[in-house]
Structure formats: structure tokens, C-alpha cells
Ligand binder design. Sequence first.
Ligand SMILES: NC(=O)c1ccc[n+]([C@@H]2O[C@H](COP(=O)([O-])OP(=O)(O)OC[C@H]3O[C@@H](n4cnc5c(N)ncnc54)[C@H](O)[C@@H]3O)[C@@H](O)[C@H]2O)c1
Length: 446
Amino acid sequence: MNITIAGAGYVGLVTSACLAEIGHIVICFDKDTEKIEDLNRGWCPIFEPGLQEMISRNMGEERLFFTDQANLAYEDADCILITVGTPQRADGSADTTNIDQAALDIAENIQKDVAVAIKSTVPIGTNERIEAVILDNAMPGLTVEVISNPEFLREGSGIYDTFHGDRIVIGSSHERAARIVEEIYQPLAIPVLHTDPRSAEMIKYASNTFLAAKISFINEIANLCDLSGANIEDVSTGMGMDKRIGNQFLNAGIGYGGSCFPKDTQALEQMARQNDYDFKILRAVREVNDRQKQTLYRKAKNLAGNLSGKRTAVLGLSFKPNTDDIREAPSLDLIRDLLDEGADVVVYDPVAMEKVQRLFGDKISYASSIDEAIERAELAFIVTEWKEIKEFSLSKYRESMKTPLLFDGRNCYSVKETEKHGIQYVSVGRPGVPDTYTGSRPTDAF
Ligand SMILES: NC(=O)c1ccc[n+]([C@@H]2O[C@H](COP(=O)([O-])OP(=O)(O)OC[C@H]3O[C@@H](n4cnc5c(N)ncnc54)[C@H](O)[C@@H]3O)[C@@H](O)[C@H]2O)c1
């Protein structure tokens, strides 16, 4: 079977490499010529653990090809998986322009019957609409069946998730296309759930927004722990032991970011509005997250006062560890707040520095290591829990910083350990931290 993947982003590249790895012949198409040139030169344009090696291996064994030519990509395809981006519009809704463009390219170039699966996250009803767009513009007489096949991989563990997913959802009113797509994934031996297309589209939004809600909920509990003297770590552990709740997504911190949760939450909220439905929880999830992103900054202001001219290290820039993706990353909000205060900001991340540099240029400084970033700093913020940041020796903060004042947005260290090292340590929802909202400090704080 000839498989074409439209879009060489985080989802498209991981899916292309993994499908080639299980023996399929895959052509990955992207309209971004520079990206395709990089890939054909053997350079993977994104950081995703194991991806560069998997792409190189499958290109070498002639199962994986990259092109920016729509005709080469689509004319011979039996199955097309669409993984193009669906960014957020100003009103919060999902922008499906890329999907529509892919549909027109497909229509113009296909020469035979084809199954098309939309893996991108799209508003309810998009699959049906896109099938009509392709059929209206394709050569008459061709059978084109569009089905929904939402993607659930997580950046940073995309390859693992593709091979070990909890479920594959196929939303289809076409038996033949559903069978073709199920056959493609069959070697992965992952349970398949068949639904109608609209339910499949909704499963994706419902899953992502539920997870976002879980994060905002635990962050609200953490804020209340800050105010009441409880410890969020113990609270999360106790909650997570309840099988009905589960122990994942209960880590309090400075909020979620990334290319999915923020935009999918807003898109579902917008879809609800279009249906004259007030989705109250979703609005709260988003508002809580927006406030949470400022938590550390507010604590810093409470504790350190005027930040103007203070050398301030920001450690970890990507929206989570093991990715270079900085879309909606909490680090960006923090950097902006610090710059507004006139702080002298120096940043470090193992892989996301280049992308941040494109945004902030020479407004901030870029360190090549944690050591360099915290040298002579008066404050340091941990924003992303990269392994090297989590495991960085506490004694070095004491030795290198001008004043060892550490704000930890990911609760990487035990409070007791930081006390032993004589570090002023502020985290999220654990005792001994200043109250975020009133500015008053618990008596035993510092
Ligand atoms: N990133 C994730 O972790 C993740 C997980 C699950 C679902 N999703 C969803 O999958 C979709 C893709 O996300 P992503 O993060 O991979 O996006 P991305 O921005 O990393 O990549 C999208 C790619 O599509 C290309 N593109 C745009 N229009 C095109 C067209 N007409 N033809 C061919 N290529 C085109 C772009 O050039 C880009 O390379 C989104 O809908 C997203 O919500 C993403």
C-alpha cells in the first residue's frame, strides 16, 4: 500500500517514521520546501527523542521519502494521512485553512481511488466537509472516502506513544476506508475504537481538554495548599492512589503550554459558543491556567521586590522536557514579565534556545549551561523539568548565585534538601512559600 502523509511537523514526522519502521512505504509531503530540503539532506528539523535515527534508517532502507511536490505525493497514494497544523484563530476557533489547502492539493493530484484519514485536530464536522471539498474538485468517477483518525501522541515521547498507544480511534461512515486505515496500524496491536466521524473528532477535544482540566484543578488545589499550609505532593499522592482518579496529570506547577492544550481548550469553548452552549468548566480551566503561568513571577515580586537590573536565570524554555517546542510555553510569559520589570534575563535550555532567540533576540542573554546561567544571578527560575535541570546539584546554586533564591515551577527538589543547602526555595503548593495572592508569608517561610 502506498501511504502519503501530508505535513512534516511533530505528528507527521513521527507518524511517517513509525509507519516506515513497521514496513510501510511512506511519502511525507510538506509545502515547506526548506523543511523538505533539510530532511532530504538527513537533518531532522525538530527535536524528538529517537526520531533523527529512525528517519535516517528508513530513508536509507528506502521506505521513507520526503517531497514538496504535491503531484509526486498524491498521484499514486492508496491512503493519505493528513497531519497539517490547525492553529488558533484570533477568536479561539481552530483555523482549518491548511486542511482545506491539503484537500484541494489532494483533489487536484489524485489519479485513483483513495482513503483519506484526518489526524489533525479539527472541529466537529470537518471530516464530512473535507470529503465534499475533495469530491467536488477531484477527477469525476474517483472514490474518495475521508475518515477521522485523531492523534494522541505526546511530544517528547512521540515514538513510544505511537508504538504503545492506549487506543486508535477510527471515526468513519465508510467501511472500506476504515478497513484500510486499520490495516495500516495492525502491526502495532493497539486496541481500535470505531465510531462515527463526529464522535471521533469530539473524542480528541474531550480528551485534551479533560487533561487540561486535571492540570488546572490540581494547580487550584496547590494554590490553596500554599494558603492553608497543606503539601500538594502528599495531596496528589493521596488522590492518585484512588484508581477512579489515577495518578497522572496531578503534578502541580506553573501551568500547561504547548501546541495542543491551550488551543484545543479555546477551540472547544468556541465550538460550544457556536452551539449556544456555555461550557463553564472550560472557561475556568483556561483562566486558571493563565493565572497559574504568573504564579512564580508573583512569588518572586513578593519576595524580591523590585526586579529591575537583577540578573535572573530562567532554566528550561520548552513547554515540557524532551522537546524543542516552545509554542505557548510558560517560560515565554515569564520572560516577558521579567523584561517588563527591567530584569537582566539569562536563559538556558538543552534544545530550545534557537527558537527562543528568534523571539527575543538580544533582549535577553543565552547561556550554554545551567552553571553559566546561574553564575552571579540574584534569582533563578526552574520552568521546565529537563532531567539535567532536575538533577542539577543544589550546592551549585549556593556557590554560584549572588543570592541563592530559587523559584521552582516544577517542584523538582525536596523542600528539606533545599533547606539543608541554605537556599531560599520557593515552589508550588508546598509549605514554606510566600502566599501568591496576598503577599503575606507563612510564619515559618524565611
Ligand atoms: N504536536 C502534538 O503533540 C500533537 C499531538 C496530537 C495532535 N496534534 C494535532 O496534529 C496537527 C499537527 O500538529 P503538529 O504539532 O504536528 O503541527 P506542526 O506545526 O508541527 O506541523 C504542521 C506541518 O504541516 C505543514 N503544512 C501546512 N499546510 C500544509 C499543506 N497544505 N500540505 C502539506 N503540509 C502542510 C506545515 O508546513 C508544518 O510542517 C494539529 O492539528 C495538532 O493539533 C498535535
